[in-house]
Each structure stands twice: as structure tokens, then as C-alpha cells.
Design a protein around this ligand. Sequence first.
Ligand SMILES: [Zn+2]
Length: 227
Amino acid sequence: MELPESYSERTFCPHCGEHLNLNRLNIYGVSKCPVCESLLAVSRLYRVVTWLLTIGASLLLASVFRVKAYAAVAWIPLLLTSAVLITIFAKAWFPPKVGLVPMDAAGKRTEPWLRNLSLLLMFWFGQTFFLVAYSFIAGSAYLLGGTQGDIRELCEFFSLPLAWVNSRFEISPTISLPALFGIVFANSFFYAVTYTALTRIVQSRLRKPFTKLGISATQPDDDDDCI
Ligand SMILES: [Zn+2]
């Protein structure tokens, strides 16, 4: 089935000026201009905001449908529905501007603070999604009649470290799915900070000998130039 064509003044190819069919524009990936075949992508900010709105909408639906933590797997269809709806609304209400995909993106240097921030966010969101995915299995174990001890152990594992500070962060199979998300997300921040710090320490340790080698290797060349 062919999607209807939809255009906006804002969305055009920066290379040839061709207006792009919004329904064929891929927000999360690379699109090709139908005329000059330039590779095009929306800004990272637009992508991140759309993605966060999608997560927000899926959690809103989860609370409307009163999805509990043990039925966390029901979040998948809610997420897919939200992704489709939010993408349609985002393109209709805030048509994105597109830019050319730089060919040398891989070789581009990023600021150290930006590298640390992306590393932290990657670990943070990564761990949240890993734990939520894990709760799909844990939820099924609960529904299939896991032992009380197993379930308590698992809930404890999901609740730390914040449950040490405040008992409101304790997870049980019957709390709502958005609450499960909130607690897992908040807890994952502490793990992410630790992982980021460890990664940076390991990286800086690995880098030091290479820098020294680099300096001593260039010196003889410089002398040769002088002669
Ligand atoms: Zn073009």
C-alpha cells in the first residue's frame, strides 16, 4: 500500500532544494533525496525528542490501561503503537528540517565532555532497557508461579540502590509499569555513573603508553629533517 504524499515548506533537500515527501522520510535513519540521491537525516535533537515523546506516550498508555509490573511485556505493543503515532504527529505538527549526512562522520573528533555525556547516557538508557527487558522474563516467571523467595530476590535486585535510602523505591510485581520504569531508570543512573567512571579510567590507562611511544617515535624523524 502506498502512503499518501505530504509536504512541508520546512522539509527539503539542502543540496537540490527538492521538497521531500514526509511520509517517506525516516526520522530514525538515513533517507535518500529522490532527485539528487543525497543522503539526508533529521537533526539528532529532533530524533531524541521524538524518541522521548514516544517513551512518554507508551508509559501514559500503560497507566491508562493499568499495566502492572508483572505484565511488563505488554509494554512492547504499546511502545510500537506510540512510535507510529508520535512519528505521524511529529511530522505533521513539527515537520523536521533535514541535513546532508556528512561522509566523514566517523573521523570527526568530539569534545571530551560530550563523549563522557554520550557514554553516560548510553549506559543509563542501556541498563534501563536491559532491566525492563529482563522484567519481561521475570514477569512471566511470576505469572507462571515462581517461588516467593525467587520473586523477592529479583524484586530486591531491581530496587537497589535507592531502596536502601527510601522504601518507596521497593519494587513488587504488582506496582504499575510506569512506576517500575521510574525506579529502574533512577537506579540505573547510579550504575551508569560507575560504568562511565570505570570506562574513562581504563581508557586513560590504556592511552598513556601510546602517547609516550608516539613522542619518542617522532623525534628521530625530526632530527633527520635537520640534517
Ligand atoms: Zn536533493
